[in-house]
Design a protein around this ligand. Structure first.
Ligand code: BES
Ligand code: MN
Ligand code: MN
Length: 452
C-alpha cells in the first residue's frame, strides 16, 4: 500500500522537492538571508499540506527554525524528527556540471546543492508523514524541528532546545542526515564525531613588502604558518598537540573487529577519489580513521598574492582555518583550549599569532540495544531485505549530544545518503532510489517503533 502510494506520487514528490531545492538557502552567506527564510516558509506550507495540527516558524537570533507537530493521542509515544533546511555555499561554481540551484536528474540521481544534505532527506520525512496521514497509518505522535543554521554551527539551536523542553518532549529523536555504506549494504549510523573549528592569523611586517628588497631578512608569515601547520602531525599521522589524545576512548579488540567487519573496498575507495595512495594515522584502518579516531585538518589557507600571474610580495599576514574532528570522550571546549595554547606556544618570536575559535560540537554514540534502534533495523530488513550494519560516521551533527544532554533523549540516525554523494562539494547529488526507499523505510520505522 505504501509502496503503491510512493510509486503513483513519485513525480509529484520530486517536483515539490525540486521547488525547494531551487531556493538557495545558504546559511553562511548573508546575501541569502531572505532565501533561507523562503525555504523555511516553503517547508511550513508542505507541513500544512501534509496534515500537521500545528506548524510555526520560530524566530531565533539567526535563521528561523520550522516546528510542526501532529498529536494523535498524548498517551502514545512521540517521535521528534530533526533535520536542517539550510545548505552549504555552492562555490566553486565553475566545477558544477549543472547549476547548483537548478535541480536535474541524471543517471537516476538528483543533482543540486542540498539534494542529499539535507533537504532531500528532510523531504522524505515530510512525504512519509503525508503517506501515514493519507493512508491512516500514523501510529503515534510526531514532532518536527527543522533548523536553518546547521551548516554554520547551530548557534541558536541550543537556546531553542533549552527554552522549549516541554514543546520538544518526545520519546526518541529521528534524524536522516548521514550516509549508508551503499545501496547493497544498508547501515545505521551509531556514532558521529565532534568538532572544534579554529582560525589562526599570523602577522609579520606591518605591510606587504617587496619580496626582493626585504626577502630573506624578514619572517614571511605564510612560510611561518606552513611550518607551524606541518608540525601539527608527526610521521605516524598523529596529532602533536599535547593532551590531544588524553580523553580518547580506545576501543577493545572485539569492538574494532566489529567495526572492520563492515564491507569496505580500499581499491574502490581510492578509485572513487582518483587517488593512488591514501594516508592516515598509522595502525588504523580507513574505517577506523574516519569512525573512531580524532583528526586535524586545514580547511583553508590564504595570504599574499593569489591572483592572476605573479606578483613579488612578502605578505604581511597569513591565515588558516583548521578543524579537528573529535571522538568520545573528547570535549570540544577542552580541545579548543589545547589547540590555542599549543599554537601560541609554538609561535616564533618574529611573528604575532592570534587564534580564534569558530563553532564546535560534541561527539556522540547512539545505543544499539534500544527499542528504537531495533525498530529502525527491522524497518530496513522489511524494505531493503537486509539487516543494516551499524557504522560510525566521520561527520558531525552536534545536536545529537545536545539532545541527550538537554532532553535526555537518544537518537536514531537513519540516514540514506552515500559518501559518494558529494555533499559540501560541487555536483552534490542524491539517488532517486535512496529517496524513494528512504520514505518507505521511515514509514516502516514508525510501525515497528510503536508495535515493539
Ligand atoms: N549531514 C552532515 C554531517 C554528516 C555527513 C554526518 C555525513 C555523517 C555523514 C552535516 O550537515 C554537516 O555537514 N555537519 C558539519 C558540522 C557542523 C557543525 C558545521 C560537519 O560535519 O562538518
Ligand atoms: Mn547535514
Ligand atoms: Mn552538511
Amino acid at each position: 500500500m505504501v509502496r503503491e502510494y510512493i510509486v503513483s506520487n513519485q513525480q509529484r514528490f520530486l517536483d515539490e522537492l525540486f521547488q525547494w531545492l531551487r531556493i538557495p538557502s545558504v546559511s553562511a552567506d548573508s546575501r541569502h538571508k531572505e532565501d533561507v527564510r523562503k525555504a523555511a516558509e516553503f517547508l511550513k506550507g508542505k507541513f500544512t499540506g501534509a496534515g500537521v495540527d500545528k506548524v510555526e516558524i520560530c524566530e531565533t537570533k539567526g535563521h528561523p527554525i520550522v516546528y510542526a507537530e501532529k498529536i494523535i493521542d498524548p498517551s502514545l509515544p512521540t517521535v521528534l524528527v530533526y533535520g536542517h533546511y539550510d545548505v552549504q555555499p555552492a562555490d566553486p561554481l565553475n566545477l558544477w556540471d549543472s547549476p547548483p540551484f537548478e535541480p536535474v536528474i541524471k543517471n537516476d540521481k538528483i543533482f543540486a546543492r542540498g539534494s542529499c544534505d539535507d533537504k532531500g532527506q528532510v523531504y522524505m520525512h515530510v512525504k512519509a508523514f503525508e503517506i501515514m496521514m493519507k493512508l491512516k497509518l500514523l501510529p503515534c505522535n510526531v514532532k518536527f524541528m527543522v533548523e536553518g543554521e546547521e551548516e554554520v554551527g547551530s548557534d541558536n539551536l541550543g537556546t531553542f532546545v533549552k527554552e522549549n523542553k516541554t514543546k520538544l518532549k518526545a520519546d526518541i529523536i529521528l534524524i536522516s542526515d548521514t550516509a549508508l555504506i551503499s545501496l547493497d549494504h544498508p547501515s545505521i549510523t551509531t556514532g558521529l564525531r565532534g568538532l572544534s573549528y579554529m582560525q589562526v592569523e599570523v602577522t609579520g611586517p606591518n605591510r606587504d613588502l617587496h619580496s626582493g628588497v626585504y626577502g630573506g631578512a624578514v619572517a614571511n608569515p605564510v612560510n611561518v604558518l606552513c611550518d607551524m601547520i606541518a608540525s601539527l602531525h608527526d610521521e605516524n599521522g598523529k596529532v602533536t598537540i599535547p593532551g590531544f589524545y588524553n580523553k580518547v576512548q580506545e576501543l577493545s579488540k572485539s569492538e574494532r573487529e566489529a567495526i572492520n567487519k563492515a564491507p569496505f573496498s580500499l581499491d574502490e575507495y581510492k578509485k572513487e577519489l582518483g587517488m593512488e595512495e591514501i594516508k592516515g594515522e598509522k595502525g588504523y584502518t580507513t574505517v577506523e580513521r574516519t569512525g573512531i579516531r580524532p583528526t586535524l585538518d586545514v580547511n583553508g589557507i590564504w595570504g599574499g598574492y593569489t591572483g592572476e600571474g605573479a606578483k613579488t610580495v612578502l605578505p604581511s599576514k597569513a591565515h588558516a582555518k583548521i578543524s579537528m574532528r573529535l571522538v568520545p570522550n573528547q570535549v570540544s571546549s577542552e580541545i579548543t583550549e589545547l589547540f590555542t595554547k599549543h599554537i601560541e606556544s609554538i609561535a616564533p618570536p618574529y611573528v604575532k599569532v592570534t587564534v580564534t575559535a569558530h563553532h564546535g560540537g560534541e561527539p556522540a554514540v547512539t545505543p544499539t540495544d534500544s527499542k528504537a534502534f531495533k525498530a529502525a533495523s527491522t524497518a530496513f530488513e522489511e524494505v531493503w531485505g537486509k539487516t543494516p550494519i551499524p557504522t560510525r560516521d566521520g561527520g558531525s551533527i552536534p545536536i545529537v549530544a545536545l539532545f541527550k544532554g538537554e532532553l535526555g533523549l537518544d537518537t536514531v540516525l537513519m540516514g540514506f545518503g552515500l559518501d559518494s554523494d558529494a555533499i559540501h562539494s560541487p555536483n552534490e547529488h542524491y539517488g532517486v532510489k535512496n529517496f524513494v526507499l528512504g520514505i518507505e523505510t521511515i514509514v516502516a520505522f514508525y510501525k515497528h517503533f510503536v508495535k515493539a
